[in-house]
Structures are given as C-alpha cells and as structure tokens.
Design a binder for this molecule. Structure first.
Ligand code: PEP
Ligand code: MN
Length: 343
C-alpha cells in the first residue's frame, strides 16, 4: 500500500486523475478525507509502480509507501485526528469528549425509554442498547432482534438522539444499519474478519471494541480491515482485557488510550461498565477513562437494574449516572477536552 498526499489546493480533477492512474495499475484508491488535505490510499501491490509515477501528477504533494503493519489506521499515514461525524451535530474524536449511554440490552419500550430519558436529560445524545446480544450462554436472553432495533430508532428519534447497537451477523449488516447510526462490533467479534469487511463496505460509523484477549496491534489491524474497505469512520473502544485478576470482570487497560492516541488518528473511547462489571466501581473508572485523554466513554444505565435481563450488576442507576455527569464535566475541563453535552 502507498499513500498519495494531496496538496491543500488540489482540485477534484487532480484527485480523479490519481484514482484513474491507480486503477490502471490495478491499485484500489481509497479517499481518506482530512480537515486540511486529502490522502488517497492505494490498496494493492504497490511494487507494480514507482512512487515517482504519482509524485509527478498535478495536485500531489507527496507519495509515501507505508511499511507499518496497519497502514490506513496509522498516525504516520494521516497525522490529523479522525473526527467521526454521527450526524445531528454530534462528532466523536478531536479535542472533545462525549458520553454514550443506555441499557445493556433493549428489553421493552418502557425500559428503553425510561433509561433514554435519564441520559438525554443530562445532555447525552448517543443512546446505546443491544438488540442482538452476544451471550456466553445460549440459554440467556439473546435480545429482541429486529423489534429491539425498531424500538431504539423510535425512542432515539423521539428524544433527538443517535443510536449505537451491536451487529453480530454478516447477514444482518443492512438491517442493523437501517435502524442505527453507529454499528457496534463487539469484543467477541473483533477478529471476525468477514464481519469487519462487511461493515467496511457500509459507510456507517463503526465502533470497534477491543477483543478481550487482543493486543493493541491486533486491535489496530482489525480496524484496518474496516478502513481498507473504504469505511474511514471507525471509533475504537477499549473495554478491558482478560488477565489473571479475579476481582474484576475484565482488567481495564487505560494505558491503551495514550498509546493508541500516538499510534493512530482514530478516536478512542472507553467502556468502564463491561470492564468493571459492578456499578460501585464504574463511576471511578469512567472518570479515570476520561482523565486518560480518551474521546469519551460508553456506560450502561438501567432504571431498575435488579430487574435487568442482562448485565444488571454493572448498570448505573439514574442517581449514579446523574452524579457521574456532574463529575465528568470537571475532569474534562481539567484536561482541556471539553465534554460535549446537548441541551
Ligand atoms: C456491549 O457493549 O453490549 C457488549 C456486549 O460489550 P463487549 O463486546 O465489550 O463485551
Ligand atoms: Mn452489557
């Protein structure tokens, strides 16, 4: 793969010319838009052509072969932060922080609406909720499926919110994309390469959760699968990894945040709910997650957690969630990454 860095004043024609030329060498051009300049990644065997061939084209500033294992995800390829536009004025990435919140699973309209209203009241506009749930046991509640997606869309629209929900099956990408704004690829599917390629073909933003036994390199290579299909709207999510420690559900790896911010331009958010597994630990680690410089957090909220069909012990109650937001603002201010909340 090589990267064609376009000049700031490159025209549409200049870019078309690069893409045409690439196709002539059987290289697939993928445009990576940036705030200041466009980069065109050329996917395929770049040995068929010298970099000089592209360097001499009008509008081209530079051409660099990328030797890193992950190429499009690398900060070496694209220096500027990727800011993923969720729509409705909501953006993830850059120099601010966001909160995504909602129940683990969609259980009923009332349960979803009650939780959504709690988080919306605090200014949160990204509603989480699983319609398709990856459960360890085949006998556990598997989610409401399509009905859950429809509920998510309805409740989110009523409250002027966006939806993030998990996609588990390559055959359901179109269905889940129809009702959601961010496709969540869960931890257990981080290395489901067919699924990664499929969500890469779709242009919806994707939130990719780190595999519970994956290294950061494997994490970035999984993101690369999505990027290499032309979907540059990828948000990474650190959610804890499995270690020898038994006192927590997963060991939250906050050190991953500054490391990833150095290695990649993609936004990185943290899920302290699945990592800690118990609500009494979630607030502290949610605050620490923001303090680590992440682009935000995703947390589980339930109005009656004792009745939850999934992950009740880690769900924040409305009181705990409200308290978290008050304190989150202070952390964000302290590290100069303002927390974006909406009236
Ligand atoms: C979830 O966020 O609903 C979930 C199942 O998380 P993870 O994939 O991180 O276990
Ligand atoms: Mn959950």
């Amino acid at each position: 793969m090589m990267m064609v860095i376009m000049k700031r004043d490159a025209t549409k024609e200049d870019m078309s010319r690069v893409k045409e030329e690439a196709k002539g060498f059987k290289l697939e051009p993928i445009e990576m838009p940036g705030e200041e300049r466009v980069i065109i990644a050329l996917k395929g065997d770049e040995r068929v052509v010298t970099t000089g061939r592209f360097k001499s084209l009008p509008g081209v500033a530079d051409v660099i072969p990328v030797n890193k294992k992950y190429k499009m995800a690398s900060r070496d390829t694209k220096w500027a932060d990727t800011i993923v536009d969720i729509g409705g004025g909501i953006k993830v990435g850059g120099n601010h922080q966001v909160i995504m919140a909602g129940p683990c699973a969609v259980e009923s309209e009332k349960q979803l609406r009650d939780a959504a209203e709690v988080v919306r009241k605090q200014g949160v506009r990204i509603l989480r909720g699983g319609a398709y749930k990856p459960r360890t046991s085949p006998y556990a509640f598997q989610g409401l499926g399509l009905e859950g997606l429809k509920l998510l869309r309805r409740v989110a629209d009523d409250l002027d919110m966006k939806v993030v929900s998990e996609i588990m099956d390559v055959r359901k990408v179109e269905e889940v994309a129809k009702y959601t704004d961010i496709l969540q690829v869960g931890s257990r599917n981080m290395q489901n390469y067919d699924l990664l390629l499929e969500v890469g073909k779709c242009k919806k933003p994707v939130m990719l959760k780190r595999g519970l036994g994956s290294t950061l390199e494997e994490f970035l290579l999984a993101a690369e699968y999505i990027l290499s299909e032309g979907n540059t709207n990828v948000i990474l999510c650190e959610r804890g990894i499995r270690t020898f420690e038994q006192e927590v559900r997963f060991s939250i790896n906050l050190g991953a945040v500054p490391i990833l911010k150095g290695l990649t331009h993609l936004p990185i958010i943290v899920d302290p709910s699945h990592a800690m597994g118990r609500r009494e630990y979630v607030t502290d680690m949610a605050l620490a997650s923001l303090a680590s410089g992440s682009h935000g957090i995703i947390v589980e909220v339930h109005c009656e957690p004792e009745k939850a069909l999934c992950d009740g012990p880690q769900a924040l109650t409305p009181e705990l969630f409200n308290d978290l937001v008050v304190r989150a603002k202070k952390i964000s201010d302290a590290i100069d990454m303002p927390l974006v909340l909406f009236p």
